[in-house]
Design a binder for this molecule. Structure first.
Ligand code: SAM
Ligand code: SF4
Length: 323
């Protein structure tokens, strides 16, 4: 369906848990309070919401979290979501730590693509940024190769941080060795991201042009999102940028988000949401659910307000919203 500004909303992000096996500093640092399990939507409830979203024209879903793969039964959920009539695409965003062991099941369940979040290629820094104890990088690099080998469409998400500004070429070089897109995401001032220090995407692009001078924009569409991409003859994958703060792309926004507690969020920036859990748990019919969704989608705000920080009303963290 189209919203009040005529944008076609066909993409929904589903956060299926606020739990995570990492503690990324800008997302979910140590000590964060978790939501009681009873407040998190069950898979049945998520599927009811998804089915009504499909009835309104949503065809693509992103399964996210927290870390989606820490929730038991995630593979089965992906299969059920993909099997809903009218669903064209189910993709996932994950930190990858549990992906190796669940990849085969996810492929069988029909997962169409995966985004793996990786902010550094330095093991020690990975530990500092995420709280992970041990060596994750060799495993994550092998996982990328495994995803490519089985033909899974794979992207790497890198949040542009003060801490990784010195290794952007190394991160981008993943696209030199493997046919994966490496996307640099501007840090958004949401949740703990508001107190973290980011790095400018424009400066990142300049830095990368120093390594790949022929890096030039490509117009092809590569996914459902707002990333814009660059290609070089020396890269098999593409380099992407998601620069929501410095280059707003609200006029083309196609998405809504469902938090793990069932709040339908039409825009990342604002706290305004529709409590679908209340509809689900008060005996609401599918028609009630669809009407609540329809109203929320229609009323989607024209634009975010990242440029005026005082106007940001969202208080939740990204681990609750799903990124
Ligand atoms: N745990 C999964 C993961 O890390 O991919 C999925 C959930 S995570 C919230 C989804 C994405 O949001 C990740 O790529 C993460 O880096 C990104 N993210 C979290 N906080 C952010 C912020 N303040 N600004 C920009 N991206 C952020
Ligand atoms: Fe967990 Fe993903 Fe947030 Fe990191 S970015 S703490 S992996 S939810």
């Amino acid at each position: 369906m189209t919203d009040q500004y005529g944008r076609n909303i066909d993409y929904m992000r589903l956060s299926i848990t606020d739990r995570c096996n990492l503690r990324c500093k800008y997302c979910m640092p140590e000590g964060i309070t978790l939501t009681p399990h009873c407040e998190i939507l069950t898979y049945e409830e998520l599927l009811r919401v998804a089915a009504q979203a499909v009835a309104l024209g949503v065809t693509k879903f992103k399964v996210t979290g927290g870390e989606p793969l820490v929730r038991k039964g995630c593979v089965g959920f992906v299969g059920q979501l993909k099997a809903l009539p009218g669903v064209e695409q189910v993709t996932m965003t994950t930190n990858g730590l549990l992906l190796g062991e669940q990849l085969e099941g996810l492929v069988a369940a029909g997962l169409d693509a995966v985004n793996i979040s990786l902010d550094t290629v330095n093991d020690e820094k990975y530990g500092k940024l995420t709280g992970y104890r041990g060596s994750a990088l060799p495993r994550l690099m092998a996982l990328l190769e495994q995803c490519v080998a089985i033909g899974m469409r794979t992207k790497v998400n890198v949040v542009l941080l003060e801490e990784n500004q010195d290794e952007l070429p190394e991160l981008a070089a993943i696209a030199q060795h493997l046919p994966v897109d490496v996307r640099f995401i501007e840090l958004m001032p949401i949740g703990y991201g508001a107190s973290a220090s980011g790095f400018s995407p424009d400066r990142a692009l300049e830095q990368l042009k120093g390594c790949w001078p022929d890096l030039s924009p490509v117009s092809e569409k590569r996914g459902n999102g707002p990333a814009h991409y660059y290609a070089s003859a020396s890269l098999v994958g593409r380099i992407g940028f998601i620069d929501a703060v410095s280059h707003a792309f609200c006029a083309d926004c196609n998405r809504v988000r469902l938090t793990s507690t069932g709040l339908l969020k039409p825009c990342l920036c604002y706290e305004t949401s529709t409590d679908l859990k209340a509809v689900l748990r008060s005996g609401g019919s599918d028609a009630d659910l669809r009407e609540a969704l329809r109203q929320a989608i229609y009323a989607k705000p024209r634009a975010h307000c990242f440029a005026q920080r005082d106007s940001i009303t969202e208080q939740k963290g990204m681990s609750q919203i799903g990124g």
